[in-house]
Design a protein around this ligand. Structure first.
Ligand code: SF4
Ligand code: SF4
Length: 439
């Protein structure tokens, strides 16, 4: 079995070793009630005590931080904190986190932190803390007011746009590093340029992350890959369209074609005007793939398994999208984190991503960039009846075909190699366009 321990340059004279855990010290608890939050339902699934806000206790927090640092051998260790809404824990909880990190920080190792937030609780004090401790903030914002407020609501059902824009101002004022995280749903997907230009010109997002919203109606109680095989639908079936009668996906989801169209519109604007000045995470990651490098995003990479998730009771799961009882790999209080992260069960989960690809993906021209995308979205069948095709396949494929020449052109203009695609260095050399006519 291939190890998921990253082979890389040595560090401190030993093989480099890294892992990544999405820590959820407050679990699913959140001050908002966004319609498509995949995590709120975990309150029931994981049997959190009703009415109590779960919290990773000090003992488990310290053990987690110690294990996480001691289980890695790399010059930089990144902690990721998520919820629910982790800022509900308050600044003192995060001060404790930083204290524990300092206590266990090895010499010569940089420790950094990411914090994912809806932004509504941020204030000057929070931003001072985040700036002082060099946190990278991931801010959820879905676009201009109407688009954002449709699904991102508080417990009273009111939109949160104004509060989030206040957070944007505070982050800029205090020069806190941040990225925006935008859900591409049934509505935002139909307004790609409005969303992109808003993030670029109004929010002045230093880094845009787009997340396609895909949830089967059964996602609250059924883990991905445990769906009833006999009920899987063939690519193109109308019941895979969100909002259709008998649709198997939630109405707020993006459809496969809308996803492709969204990416294409944003890509066209970006490549014409913004390469080098606007950072769109997908495009940067795909440029790496076109160059022949490993895709830094797990969803488009060859393997899963490098991003575990930890709940407030210390339970650890194979992935943030697999927080279901069947995917639990242990508990931080009982098992060393590195034993879980590099366990055979986790390695099996990691390699299954490539091993389970249907023929349509194995023979796809863009497998190098896509690898069948995230397994949690592989609930459809290919036209010839093979199981395990990604729900978004048609959209991804349309986008890759559209962007292929643009990625190649961009790399060539930067003097970088083009290892893949229909305009790769090899293909052009075969047509005798390279090297004499290389741009
Ligand atoms: S299941 Fe999806 S999100 Fe999780 S590691 Fe695999 S690709 Fe990434
Ligand atoms: S574009 Fe479709 S066929 Fe190609 S690798 Fe991705 S999911 Fe598979």
């Amino acid at each position: 079995m291939t190890s998921i321990i990253q082979a890389g340059p040595q560090f401190n004279g030993q093989a480099s070793k890294r892992m990544h855990v999405m820590a959820k010290p407050i679990g699913a608890a959140c001050n908002l009630d966004c319609d498509y939050c995949y995590y709120l339902s975990k309150e029931d699934l994981l049997e959190y005590k009703k009415g109590c806000t779960p919290q990773l206790n000090d003992e488990n927090l310290e053990k987690f931080i110690r294990d996480y640092i001691q289980g890695q051998n790399t010059p930089e260790i990144t902690f990721s904190w998520q919820g629910g809404e982790a800022t509900m824990l308050g600044i003192p909880y995060f001060e404790k986190i930083v204290e524990f990190q300092k206590k266990y920080q090895p010499e010569g190792v940089v420790i950094s932190n990411d914090l994912q937030t809806n932004g509504t609780l941020l204030n000057d004090n929070w931003c001072l803390f985040l700036k002082q401790n060099n946190f990278l903030v991931g801010l959820s914002i879905d676009g201009p007011e109407l688009l954002h407020n449709t699904y991102r609501t508080n417990k009273a059902g009111r939109g949160t746009f104004k509060q989030v824009m206040k957070a944007v101002d505070l982050l800029h004022k205090h020069e806190v590093k941040f990225a925006t995280l935008t859900c591409v749903n049934n509505l935002t997907s139909r307004n790609p340029l409005e969303v992109y230009r808003f993030l670029r010109d109004v929010v002045k997002s230093p880094q845009m992350q787009f997340i396609p919203i895909v949830e089967m109606k059964t996602f609250r109680e059924t883990a991905p890959n445990t769906w009833d095989i006999s009920e899987r639908l063939t690519q193109g079936d109308k019941r895979l369209i969100p909002g259709q009668k008998d649709s198997v996906v939630e109405p707020f989801c993006v459809s496969d074609h809308a996803w492709g169209n969204f990416l294409i519109e944003v890509f066209n604007e970006w490549i014409c005007n913004d390469v080098g000045t606007v950072f769109v995470q997908y495009f940067e990651a795909l440029l790496e793939a076109w160059m022949g490098h490993r895709n830094p995003l797990c969803t488009l990479g060859e393997m899963c398994g490098k991003g575990l998730a930890m709940e407030p009771n210390g339970d650890v799961y194979t992935c943030d999208h697999y927080v279901y009882p069947e995917y639990k790999i242990g508990n931080i209080a009982e098992t060393d984190l590195q034993d879980m992260a590099f366990s055979p069960k986790q390695q099996q989960f990691g390699t299954a991503k490539s091993k389970s690809l249907p023929k349509q993906c194995r023979e796809c021209d863009y497998k190098f960039a896509c690898f069948g995308e995230c397994p949690k979205n592989r609930f459809t069948r290919t036209q010839d009846g093979e199981d395990g095709l990604n729900y978004l396949c048609a959209g991804w494929n349309k986008f890759y075909r559209h962007a292929d020449a643009g990625f190649a052109f961009t790399l060539r203009r930067l003097g970088l190699p083009v290892a893949h695609g229909k305009h790769s260095d090899k293909v052009l050399a075969g047509k005798q366009i390279l090297p004499e006519h290389r741009a």
